[in-house]
Design a protein around this ligand. Structure first.
Ligand code: CIR
Length: 425
């Protein structure tokens, strides 16, 4: 299961010669300030030397962390089994020498350990016990995707905050809320290249209400924002932010008429995630960003430029996401033509089927005359699909997922699909 490598660190099995360095770490009052205070170095050293001699070391443990550049052991991190409030938990632990604080090593190690926990060790849940005053450690936990759960009383009478994360917090399972906006009466002044006739406001409102109901039935709490006068496209909330369990990135839409929407979504997201921002000259719209597990495809379109794509990749890669740019030659956004239809399945147009980036996934190709059906929404184990596309519906039937058909004729007239009308988190 080891080693675990990150760009700057190596987490590897314990060796006897690590014992004095790690013992010094645990004897340092600065390092242990929020971890029960300094230990006696000689005792820790003896224990570690013994552990290093074990023929069958435990699968979950604390391991030395080596700084790749210097080769020095600089931390002690890992996954530890613990009873918390009578429940068996696995704690994510990250301890670093004071001399390397401030370099982002704890976040880098924690993200790699989270990946190993879920994808190598088969764990479904991770927790972290953090003293309420330990703001630095809490920041690392939140950045890694853990959320504050509750205070717990630990042996010795100390109150600690329990941070927790389920495996399903990643990927497309486990969404708990959606941020949507009611279309305003000026919606028909929004941008569109579709030639599908004049849209109808009442019908749009009815379709929008059914969409919100489908989100609620999938278990999401819907936060419905008021229409934004002067921004007729603002109900396509997906375009102004990219949200992962670790971060919300406020975008800078490529359409100048939509740029002002970003500041308004920021208020709704503040407090839910640490925020990042796409900055000029970068442009990016959420409709161009497809996240499938830890893979992120960023469409280069008339709305998203290479600078914007590069900025998003730089914001997401520290969390272990692998980002690649995909040219968009037809349709408004990347997700107009390709979306996730399951944990490892893509629904895409014949045109994008040729794109090698998508080949590691199972792929379902929509019939050419049903191209708009490629925009579906996989949500907590069910699939929201546009109605009126029978061949695509039959194709998706083989996935065995509950299908929820929604009439979205009016948003399609405005170049929108099912993903565009919500931000999911
Ligand atoms: C626009 O052109 O910006 C809107 N009329 C449609 C945006 C659709 N958004 C999306 O596909 N994510």
């Amino acid at each position: 299961m080891l080693p675990i490598e990150t760009p700057r660190l190596l987490i590897r099995p314990l060796k006897a010669e690590d014992a004095p360095v790690l013992a010094a770490l645990w004897a340092d009052p600065r390092v242990t300030r929020f971890m029960g205070g300094p230990r006696i170095a000689s005792e820790i050293q003896a224990g570690l030397e013994e552990d290093a001699r074990l023929e069958n070391p435990p699968a979950l443990d604390l391991w030395p962390v080596v700084e790749a550049a210097s080769g020095a052991v600089i931390g002690h991190c890992g996954l530890i089994e613990k009873q918390i409030d009578g429940q068996d938990e696995v704690e994510l632990v990250y301890v670093f020498a004071a001399s390397v604080w401030g370099k982002g090593y704890a976040s880098e190690a924690a993200a790699a350990l989270r990946e190993a926990a879920f994808h190598r060790f088969g764990l479904r849940r991770l927790v972290s016990l953090i003293e309420p005053e330990n703001a630095a450690s809490a920041r690392v936990a939140v950045k890694t995707g853990l959320r504050k759960d509750r205070p717990v009383l630990r042996p010795g009478g100390r109150w600690m905050d329990l941070y927790a994360m389920e495996k399903t917090d990643q990927g497309s399972m486990g969404f708990t809320r959606a941020i949507c906006r009611l279309p305003g009466p000026d919606f028909a002044q929004g941008l569109t290249a579709a030639n599908l006739g004049a849209p109808d406001y009442d019908r749009l409102l009815r379709q929008h209400a059914s969409y919100l109901d489908a989100l609620r039935e999938a278990g999401l709490a819907v936060q419905l924002l008021d229409p934004l006068p002067g921004f007729p496209d603002a109900y396509f909330t997906e375009d102004v932010a990219v949200i992962t369990p670790e971060i919300a990135v406020i975008t800078r839409p490529g359409a100048p008429s939509r740029r002002g929407e970003a500041a308004h979504i920021e208020a709704a997201l503040a407090g839910l995630r640490p925020l990042g921002r796409i900055q000029a000259p970068g442009t990016l719209e959420g409709g161009d960003v497809l996240v499938v597990d830890r893979r992120v495809f960023i469409g280069l379109s008339s709305r998203t430029n290479p600078a914007g794509a590069g900025q998003l990749a730089a914001l997401l890669e520290p969390f272990g996401y692998a980002c690649s740019a995909v040219p968009v030659s037809r349709g408004l956004h990347l997700k107009t033509s390709v979306t996730a239809a399951g944990e490892d399945t893509l629904l895409l147009t014949a045109e994008l089927e040729g794109c090698p980036e998508f080949h590691p996934f199972r792929r379902l190709v929509v019939p050419p005359e049903e191209a708009p059906a490629a925009n579906c929404l996989f949500l907590n184990g069910r699939l929201l699909v546009a109605s009126g596309f029978p061949r695509t519906r039959d194709l998706l039937g083989q996935l065995g997922l509950p299908l929820v058909e929604l009439d979205n004729s009016e948003t399609r007239k405005m170049d929108g699909g099912l993903t565009c009308e919500s931000l999911r988190l």
